[in-house]
Write a protein that binds this ligand. Structure first.
Ligand code: NAD
Length: 345
């Protein structure tokens, strides 16, 4: 078995706590990985004067693989989101966020099993913004949607559906109002869908999708959408399965000739943020990062270790004695991690 090296970003806030827990769990699951620890985020400014040091970029370029805890991003002014910069630099165009009901985790629904594939590099997040006058009385943000960017992420969603035995792809948009940008995304989806006659395809306006996700989330399978809608809907989907603490994500790039030296580059991270309100208290829930690590183990073809890690997480989540406080349990981070590891033995 090859032993890939992973660029490991411990992140800010609860990042170091959930990273330590996740590394322990991966190793106990038999994951064969070497770690290259690199810095990013608010902590990196303090240590290197730069939220995204060149050494971090160089490491990910070399390894093509990153496991990343959350990074603090100032709202309004301050430096640009390092998360967005990393996704754009490495052209990680597909953000994959599964949301599946977890037995034992308190939530309003049962039977949720959907995946949101979010375009990760374009739309309003392309970073094209300006004030229109020196007094800053108005501002413009420009959404960029290209046929190239739309096609590759929609193809990714269909290929993902095929690979994972899923039946249907729903394209989410607002093409009734944004006729050109969202119309382009929808037209591209209709074209791509013709190449996948084995997968059912439909489309839905984003506002109706938000409502239907709340009324009947079990009706959705794979959702593919643009950057902003994907960001919002995937947090909504995390809420359907018990909250941000348990939601994993991957950011996938695969185009040859991209910055990782022609190699596919992939970054795995929890959906939640740095949780500054509980940082340093030893009570954070590492499930989101652990399930992201399981996606990473699948990605590097270490499927047995991925399955063991998932099984350990499911077992520890099943009892209030071993769940963390955010899920109504009584365990702290270390006790939960011990339970995950015990269940794998
Ligand atoms: P947040 O996700 O950090 O916290 C929201 C709430 O959920 C808080 O009450 C927090 O305590 C709780 N929570 C989140 N993760 C948890 C966990 N693992 N265990 C237990 N409780 C958990 O969102 P926020 O407060 O809006 O953002 C805080 C910072 O994180 C901001 O600087 C934001 O920019 C950043 N952020 C980073 C990422 C990322 O790096 N991918 C994602 C989202 C937010």
């Amino acid at each position: 078995m090859t032993r890939p090296t992973v660029s490991l970003i411990e992140g800010d806030g609860i990042g170091p706590e959930i990273t330590a827990a996740t590394v322990r769990a991966i190793e106990a699951a038999g994951g064969q990985l070497d770690w290259e620890r690199v810095d990013a985020g608010a902590g990196a400014i303090a240590r290197h004067g730069d939220p995204l040091p060149a050494a971090t970029i160089a490491s990910i370029q070399r390894t093509g693989l990153a496991l990343k805890a959350p990074l603090a991003t100032p709202s309004g002014g301050g430096y640009r989101s390092v998360n967005v910069t990393l996704r754009q630099h490495f052209d990680l165009y597909a953000n994959v966020r599964p949301a599946r009901t977890l037995a034992g985790v308190p939530s309003r629904y049962t039977g949720v099993d959907l995946v949101i594939v979010r375009e990760n590099t374009e739309d309003l997040y392309a970073g094209i913004e300006h004030y229109i006058d020196p007094r800053r009385t108005a501002a413009e943000s420009i959404a960029i949607i290209t046929r190239f960017g739309s096609e590759r992420v929609i193809v990714y969603a269909f290929e993902y559906a095929r690979r994972h035995g899923r039946k249907k792809v729903t394209l989410v948009h607002k093409a009734n109002i944004l006729k050109m940008s969202n119309g382009l995304f929808l037209d591209t989806g209709r074209e791509v869908a013709k190449r996948y006659p084995d997968i059912e395809f439909d489309d839905m306006i984003v506002d109706a999708t938000a409502m239907k996700l709340v009324i009947a989330p079990e009706r959705f399978d794979v959702i593919v959408t643009m950057n902003l809608f994907g960001d919002i809907l995937s947090d909504l989907a995390a809420g359907l399965i018990g909250g941000l603490g348990v939601a994993p994500a991957s950011n996938i790039g695969d185009a040859p000739g991209q910055p990782a030296g022609g190699r596919a580059c992939a970054m795995f991270e929890a959906v939640h943020g740095t949780a500054p309100d509980i940082a340093g208290k030893g009570i954070a829930n590492p499930t989101g990062l652990m399930l992201s690590a399981a996606m990473m183990l699948d990605h590097v073809e270490q499927r047995d270790a991925a399955a063991r890690l998932r099984a350990g997480v499911m077992a520890a989540l099943a009892s209030a004695e071993t769940r963390t406080g955010d899920l109504g349990g009584r365990a702290n981070t270390a006790q939960y991690t011990d339970a995950v590891i015990r269940a794998m033995a």
